[in-house]
Ligand binder design. Structure first.
Ligand code: UT7
Length: 312
């Protein structure tokens, strides 16, 4: 099967950034508590007129424009999200209609929470192999503010809204590896938008323990599959849940910290959107260069985990 190369990225954030200072006016918290425990300084929350669709379509438009491909050549459209606007139509279908994307291709949402983007990348590769088409549009988008209990300080300070998108090309012999896994449980639990309460709950300590075990296991898994070492990897892009989790893993792996990109300070935890947002920020900063090898790792609700190695 062909490997996938990352061609282009895009991102779209709500207009309103909310600082830790502002959060401390809503719930009993402080910038000091949030920043020292998580590394988060601000997040974005959707306001009037901003939806999962407006964010996803914004990010997708940008990624497609930068890729230079004709959207008619897309082989699939996947949207990783746990907070779509509707149960049906899927968000991916709404994006297809909004952007006038092809009809004779798979268009679907993937729910694997914070691992969703990487699950979707692997699924996209399979869809392209099936059809022989060359390009995939993979979006990660969340409007977690609509699922959160804004009076629960143990969760509402952690998450944010946003979207990232990526266009991949199937290329013969391009290096590619992926893995996915799940351990069903309710350590992170969210009801859909609606009257049921509590809405989003999390056993933070259990998730922390899970994450610091899952990330090194994912990285080891990919390196074993590819017979590579971390020296061969240019960037490790993990789900941006918490800086302490990443620092813990870097130490455990004796890994070079400068290869691990971090941006949770600016966005909070945006679940399925965090990896593509990070990729787009890295692109914008000129950190991503042709020929580089990236290893991405997701972990979170489900519980799920996933990793993927691809090149630029
Ligand atoms: O995508 C995967 C997403 N999940 C994660 O990344 C979460 C992983 N877990 C964590 O990062 C940490 O467990 C948290 C940051 C969520 C919590 O940190 P912690 O050090 O495990 O705190 P805790 O939940 O054990 O709570 C410690 C104290 C409690 O007070 P008492 O009972 O000791 O008096 C909490 O009530 O901190 C209190 N607390 C807060 N204080 C100020 C909880 N939330 C807040 C808050 N501001 N926002």
């Amino acid at each position: 099967m062909n490997g996938l190369k990352l061609l282009a990225t895009g991102r779209c954030l709500p207009k309103t950034a909310v600082s830790n200072e502002e959060m401390s006016r809503w719930v009993d918290t402080s910038d000091e508590w949030i920043a020292s425990r998580t590394g988060i300084r601000q997040r974005y929350f959707c306001g009037e007129g901003e939806t999962a669709l407006t964010l996803a379509a914004g990010a997708a438009r940008q990624a497609l424009a930068r890729s230079g491909i004709d959207p008619a050549g897309l082989g699939c459209v996947l949207c990783a999200t746990v907070s779509p606007d509707y149960a049906t139509p899927s968000l991916a279908c709404l994006v297809q209609a909004e952007l006038g994307l092809p009809e004779d291709i798979p268009v679907l949402d993937v729910n694997a929470a914070c691992s969703g983007f990487l699950y979707a990348v692997a699924a996209a590769r399979g869809f392209l192999a099936q059809s022989g088409r060359h390009y995939a549009l993979v979006i990660g988008v969340e409007v977690l503010s609509r699922l959160m209990d804004m009076t629960d300080r143990s969760t509402c300070v952690l998450f944010g809204d946003g979207a990232g998108a990526a266009v991949f090309e199937a290329v013969p012999n391009a290096p590619f590896a992926s893995l996915q896994g799940a351990r069903g449980g309710k350590a992170i639990l969210a009801n859909g938008p609606g009257p049921l309460a509590p809405r989003l709950t999390m056993d933070g300590r259990a998730v922390f323990r899970f994450a610091v075990e899952a990330i090194p296991r994912c990285i080891d898994g990919i390196l074993t599959q590819t017979h590579l070492t971390l020296n061969d990897i240019d960037w490790v892009v993990c789900h941006q849940a918490n800086e302490r989790i990443l620092d813990h893993c870097i130490k455990k792996l004796h890994a070079p910290a400068e290869k691990f990109y971090k941006n949770m300070a600016r966005y909070g935890n945006t679940s399925a959107a965090s990896i593509p947002i990070a990729l787009d920020e890295m692109n914008e900063q000129g950190l991503l260069k042709p020929g580089q090898t990236l290893l991405c790792v997701g972990f979170g609700g489900g519980l799920t985990w996933a990793a993927a190695l691809f090149t630029l």
